[in-house]
Design a protein around this ligand. Structure first.
Ligand code: ACO
Length: 342
């Protein structure tokens, strides 16, 4: 197999200068569907209450996509905002990695719909499926493409219409989720291979297929020819989540050559306020350093981390050169973390 000349040139340029390629986060964007559904509204159709949901989860309201509003529509809007924040045109993108559990269609990949709507005629676009960890997995995939010199400017998207796979009669799951999309633009830059570099410093991913029965959908194309609905053993998922997320954050910090004292911001997966607090406590992090959006987004699966990142970037909390740790866990189980210097 021969190496494409442009790839070889990029790698040689980095090596010749004694440097490494780093995936720099150049822009972040997000989009939420207009319709908001409060806990009070849910309490009109199922046996629940605002008080129960807030106390057990921290969630007050979630956004729900309109009829005819698909995952790709949310993804395109988030991507356009990320591109605007990065100050670059869509034409610069040569890689799109989109994380979703709720694609528009069984095939083709929703990423190719996004590629077409952004007016792109070159590059590579594909989907990644790791449920709530999807964005971290997609970020790791894109980072590896950039660091190997196989792409220069990537759009990494987490987009979901999770409302479509909820059993709206199952109060133990339907109150937990929402719809939305977030995206980041990654640009290949140069670093010295130290924790002082700007860009993604490390990504760490894990899966454990033995935990399937704790969190899954009741259908699938190959088994039932339907999408199915979410089923979850919430209590058991909760326990695994705190332990695994704290573990992978520690692991990612060690891999990046940093300690928890170096963290400026943690952007956790927004599943449940109690999970977020539990992980923060285990890591000894001050709560004011943890970005929380679960109260107004609920759990948007693969979209949750980039949505939270976009919010904290747009409101000025996250600044250039800040060390940001992103983490997530989801069905499979899958879990992972990424450390980036903004
Ligand atoms: N409203 C009112 N009562 C409810 C509701 C509801 N929406 N849902 C469940 N209950 C009831 C149960 O039926 C049960 O009643 P019972 O005692 O009469 O049997 C009671 O509340 C307690 O149920 P538990 O499941 O034990 O409640 P728990 O405190 O564990 O909270 C929850 C449930 C919120 C799901 C919690 O376990 C949780 O957050 N788990 C994490 C799961 C998660 O976030 N998953 C997302 C995907 S994975 C991830 O992203 C990490």
């Amino acid at each position: 197999m021969t190496i494409e000349p442009a790839v070889k040139a990029r790698r040689d340029a980095a090596a010749g200068q004694g440097s490494v390629i780093r995936s720099v986060i150049a822009g972040v964007g997000a989009y939420l569907p207009e319709r908001q559904v409060t806990n009070h509204e849910l309490a009109k159709t199922i046996d629940t209450s605002d008080e129960w949901i807030v106390e057990r989860t921290g969630i007050r309201v979630r956004h729900v996509a309109a009829e005819g509003e698909f995952t790709s529509h949310l993804a395109v809007k988030a991507s356009e905002r990320a591109l605007a924040a990065a100050g670059i045109g869509a034409g610069a993108i040569d890689l799109i990695v989109l994380a979703t559990t709720t694609p528009d269609e069984t095939f083709p990949a929703t990423a190719t719909r996004v590629q077409e709507r952004l007016g792109l005629t070159r590059g590579v676009a594909f989907d990644v499926q790791a449920v709530c960890s999807g964005f971290i997995f997609a970020l790791a995939v894109a980072d590896n493409f950039l660091r190997l010199g196989q792409a220069e400017t990537a759009l990494v998207i987490g987009a979901e219409t999770f409302s479509r796979i909820l059993d709206w009669q199952d109060r133990s799951t339907c109150v937990l989720f929402g719809d939305g999309a977030g995206a980041v633009v990654l640009r290949a830059g140069q670093g010295k291979g130290t924790p002082a570099d700007r860009g993604i410093l490390t990504t760490r991913l894990h899966s454990d297929g033995r935990q399937h029965d704790l969190l899954y959908a009741t259908g699938g194309v190959s088994s039932t020819k339907t999408a199915g609905v979410v089923r979850m053993d919430g209590r058991k998922v909760f326990k695994h989540a705190v332990e695994k997320l704290a573990g992978v954050v520690d692991e990612s910090l060690a891999s990046a050559g940093l300690t928890s004292a170096d963290i400026d911001w943690v952007v956790p997966h927004q599943a449940n306020r109690r999970i977020i607090d539990g992980v923060g406590k285990k890591l000894g992090l001050p709560p004011e350093r943890v970005v929380v959006t679960v109260d107004h987004h609920a759990n948007t699966s693969a979209a949750s981390v980039p949505l939270a990142l976009a919010e904290a970037t747009a409101d000025g909390r996250i600044k250039r050169n800040d060390v940001v740790v992103m983490e997530a866990m989801g069905g499979g189980f899958t879990w992972g973390a990424a450390v980036a210097r903004m």
